[in-house]
Design a protein around this ligand. Structure first.
Ligand code: SF4
Length: 221
């Protein structure tokens, strides 16, 4: 009963288009799924429009309060550092995009599968090159787990620096130029990363100056 009342309250804040873009037939079904199936609010792409930002924040608050989290915390798994938000993939993408700086002189092209270790991370990553701009590849991380049955030959390119992430923000919206701590949804270590917001369009962002050295301030503890 409480769930249905909360769903109705959320339904009143949703765009009401009943367009099905979220994968649910009607906005009410999506409202119910937010409460019962813990689906991401970003599945409603309509809510990402600037004019719905206030309502989106109000819905997120209702969902958190329904889950008993009045002040939801996002923390890293290993060092328990507090993050400002989760970073999810861009719409219809498999993982957040990473822009890499490779030190080996391999000629990378679109579709190439690479094997590398991001500087500061103990885990070997597998990724597929999406595009190469000015010698810097943008990749989707696809492994290691998902790669095991693949026939692709992965090219070993050694250590890489992850320069940037691109994805969608779920949590408190930052400002352009702000230094942020965030948890990429695909991170196998559940490790909080830091960076600087250089692009922000609704909840889509590009974060530069990626670093795994993230300090916890006493106010975060
Ligand atoms: S995508 Fe948003 S507007 Fe469309 S049906 Fe789902 S909740 Fe409603």
């Amino acid at each position: 009963m409480i769930v249905m009342e909360s769903a109705k309250e959320i339904d009143r804040l949703l765009p009401g288009f009943n367009c099905g873009a979220c994968g649910y037939r009607e906005c009410y079904d999506f409202a119910l799924a937010l409460l019962t199936d813990h689906v991401s609010i970003n599945k409603c792409s309509v809510l990402n429009q600037q004019r719905f930002q206030g309502k989106k924040a109000a819905i997120q608050k209702l969902v958190y309060s329904h889950q008993g989290k009045s002040n939801p915390e996002i923390r890293g798994l290993i060092d328990r550092v507090k993050a400002d938000f989760y970073l999810y993939p861009l719409e219809n993408e498999h993982s957040c995009r990473e822009t890499l700086l490779c030190f080996s002189r391999v000629n990378l092209t679109e579709g190439t599968v690479i094997r590398y270790r991001p500087l500061g991370c103990p885990i070997i990553h597998f990724a597929r090159v999406i595009v190469v701009h000015h010698g810097l590849p943008d990749v989707w991380v696809i492994g290691p787990g998902k790669l095991l049955n693949r026939k692709d030959e992965a090219i070993d390119i050694g250590i890489c620096m992850v320069l940037s992430f691109q994805g969608t923000i779920e949590g408190e919206m930052p400002k352009v130029g702000q230094t942020v701590k965030f948890l990429p949804a695909h991170c196998m270590m559940g490790k909080v990363h830091s960076g600087i917001i250089v692009q922000l369009e609704n909840n889509k962002t590009r974060i530069d100056c990626i670093d795994l050295k993230v300090w916890q301030h006493t106010s975060d503890a």
